[in-house]
Design a protein around this ligand. Structure first.
Ligand code: C5P
Length: 220
């Protein structure tokens, strides 16, 4: 039907931060609330899609009417998405994946020492870039949270990660973006740009999906 353009489509949405363990009681993470990703998952569900939401640690209740998979680390998020990637039509990567993790997570609590210390970090896998490299028929939508040169970085990610769309927001304003209920974003596609003024994340998610559907056509 007209109002369920994603009926019969499989959509994977990643949301929230990832958490990278240092030892049994400590971790590295970030301030992602998961709100934008959850809003995207709910919008996709409301447009008729079969949605799988893969999320890191957040304080949000599980949305109804979708498969919800809770993970902790970037590695686990990658595995959860990759194992479902072949069947997916759309992947929306709203998660704020940690860029680094401790090179070795200690099995026991690390005892404090006299004076300062250092921790060796290694890069986590870039999930979006991995999906981009393995893309067959899927439409890949990434996010870009930036404090400066938003357009330059967004276009760079579009190309470098082989994504189809990047949704960029300026997180230099504290009442927008991370943690907030409102967001201002710009949607970048290949030869496509559209600015979305300040809107609730809920309304914005619906507008973004409807725009992407109209732009790309659903019957791919
Ligand atoms: O490179 P940057 O982290 O700014 O890119 C943001 C986009 O890439 C988001 O869609 C995010 O979910 C995704 N990403 C990822 N794996 C990473 C880092 C970012 O999938 N390790």
């Amino acid at each position: 039907p007209q109002n369920l353009p994603l009926k019969g489509k499989q959509v994977i949405v990643s949301a929230g931060p990832t958490l990278e363990r240092i030892d049994p009681v400590r971790y590295l993470s970030n301030f992602s609330s998961g709100k934008m990703g959850y809003a995207m998952a709910e919008a996709a569900r409301d447009l008729g899609a079969a949605v799988t939401l893969v999320h890191g640690p957040v304080a949000l209740p599980d949305p109804s009417g979708m498969t919800v998979i809770a993970i902790e680390s970037a590695e686990q998020m990658l595995e959860a998405i990759l194992s479902r990637y072949d069947a997916a039509d759309y992947v929306i990567k709203a998660a704020a994946v940690a860029d680094y993790r401790p090179k070795q997570a200690a099995q026991q609590k690390v005892k404090k020492q006299q004076g300062d210390t250092q921790m060796e970090l290694e890069r986590t896998p870039d999930i979006l870039a991995t999906l981009g490299a393995q893309k067959t028929h899927q439409l890949l939508i990434g996010f870009a949270a930036e404090t400066n040169d938003v357009e330059t970085y967004a276009l760079d990610k579009l190309a470098r990660k082989n994504a189809d769309y990047i949704i960029a927001n300026d997180v230099s304003k504290t009442d927008r973006g991370f943690g907030a209920d409102q967001n201002i974003v710009t949607l970048y596609g290949h030869d496509f740009v559209q600015h979305f003024p300040s809107t609730s994340k809920r309304a914005l998610a619906m507008q973004l999906l409807e725009t992407i559907i109209a732009q790309s056509g659903v019957a791919k």
